[in-house]
Ligand binder design. Structure first.
Ligand code: 9MR
Length: 380
């Protein structure tokens, strides 16, 4: 699968003036990063329109987004918005295997470095995504890769960023738990063919290359009491019991809510509690929220439901020890879920449903939505 999206044609272009008229004037975004604590103590920020990175920093937290390098280069308003709002970013595809080692042993970092440079310029950190995944890998890489391939890949990619001033954490492995029980052949629920020892060795190799970064095990479907979260936690436990450095539990949080199936708050709190016991920090790595059918009768109501969901979810996260929240994109203009390749079938079959895919804090014109306000309030 190619690591870059093939469907880039529908990007709209708006001017920064739209943002400026919303009161989103550029402020000194470095302020909060320089003295997080003194801001919190002496200058509590009350205004929800303050940059999210400032509101987060005032509470010792961080807000960020996935960044698409192509859009970053081509759309100044998109780049300006990220610089204003975010203190951390994850490259969307630029650090995936297909992006960094397209041919055996031949590494390329041009696209990922462009994002790293942007982060440095704007005083943001970068989260490395990802060294091991079953998707976005070149065809010559089997799944799972051989240990030899892994060693070369991890050395090449992590080695390149060992001294990076911005890259401070890695998704060492991504989505290793099977989607459903019939996708596994082992008691940890790992995707068929993946042995727990291989994942252990992957983490051990990574620690040999650069143990100064935070190491993350990233997955989706962990935000409740499910077969997946159960097996994910088993795997975290296995890694911790086998001498592996594991700092972060990456809870992707691609969330779907509906009147028909409410958020499993109790289940999610118990996941957070279990992670606390295991001494692994929960990090929200890919948040976006979809309200499923039956739809409300207006977009305003939908946006309100999405905002309420953000607020409730984040409040639980913060109560459970989360201090980093990364949304998977910042604007509905570029949400992955609207691309045909990823769009759920029922939205493809009913084009009139597609306007209800509004999962991110800013709309297509980069205007702040109620979801943005909810994130701001949750940080406050
Ligand atoms: O949003 C990403 C999309 O643009 C890419 O085509 C795709 C394949 O590389 O990956 C998407 O991001 C995924 C992330 O890497 C892992 N978790 C699920 C994300 C959404 O599919």
């Amino acid at each position: 699968m190619p690591y870059r999206r093939k469907f880039l044609t529908r990007a709209g272009y708006t001017t920064l003036s739209a943002l400026l008229t919303m009161g989103f004037l550029q402020k000194d975004k470095q302020r909060e990063d320089q003295s997080t604590n003194s801001i919190a103590a002496n200058n509590p920020i009350k205004n929800v329109n303050s940059p999210l990175r400032q509101l987060a920093a005032a509470k010792g937290k961080r807000y960020g987004t996935a960044i698409d390098g192509d859009f970053l280069r081509k759309e100044k308003d998109y780049a300006d918005l990220i610089a204003r709002e975010c203190s951390i970013a994850t490259p969307n595809g630029e650090l995936k295997w297909a992006g960094t080692e397209p041919e055996p042993g031949k590494f390329t970092f041009e696209s990922a470095d462009a994002i790293a440079n942007f982060c440095q310029k704007h005083n943001m950190t970068m989260h490395g995504h990802t060294l091991f995944w079953h998707l976005s890998k070149p065809d010559w890489v089997p799944y799972p890769p051989t240990l030899k391939m892994l060693e070369r890949h991890v050395n090449g990619v992590m080695g390149h960023y060992r001294k990076s001033p911005v890259l401070k954490s890695w998704d060492i492995a991504n989505e290793i738990i099977a989607d459903t029980p019939d996708g596994t052949d082992n008691r940890y629920g790992l995707r068929r063919g993946v042995k727990p020892e291989l994942i252990r060795d992957l983490f051990l190799i990574a620690a040999e290359v650069d143990r100064n970064k935070k190491f993350c095990l990233n997955d989706f479907g962990i935000e409740g009491a499910t077969w997946k979260s159960d097996h994910y936690l088993k795997m975290v436990e296995y890694l911790k019991n086998n001498g592996v450095k594991l700092d972060w539990a990456g809870l992707q949080s691609h969330l779907w809510f509906s009147k028909n199936y409410p958020f499993d708050e109790k289940g999610f709190s118990s996941v957070l509690k279990r992670l606390k016991d295991l001494e692994v920090k929960p990090v929200i790595t890919e948040l976006d929220i979809i309200i499923d059918t039956p739809f409300p009768d207006s977009i305003e109501k939908l946006d309100k439901m999405i905002a309420d969901s953000y607020k409730r979810f984040l409040e639980l996260c913060f109560a459970g020890g989360v201090d980093t929240v990364i949304t998977w994109g910042i604007t509905d203009r570029h949400t992955w879920i609207r691309y045909p390749q990823w769009m759920p079938q029922k939205y493809k079959d009913n084009p009139e449903f597609q306007k209800f895919l509004r999962p991110l804090p800013f709309d297509e014109n980069l205007k702040p939505k109620l979801a943005r306000k909810a994130i701001a309030q949750a940080f406050q």
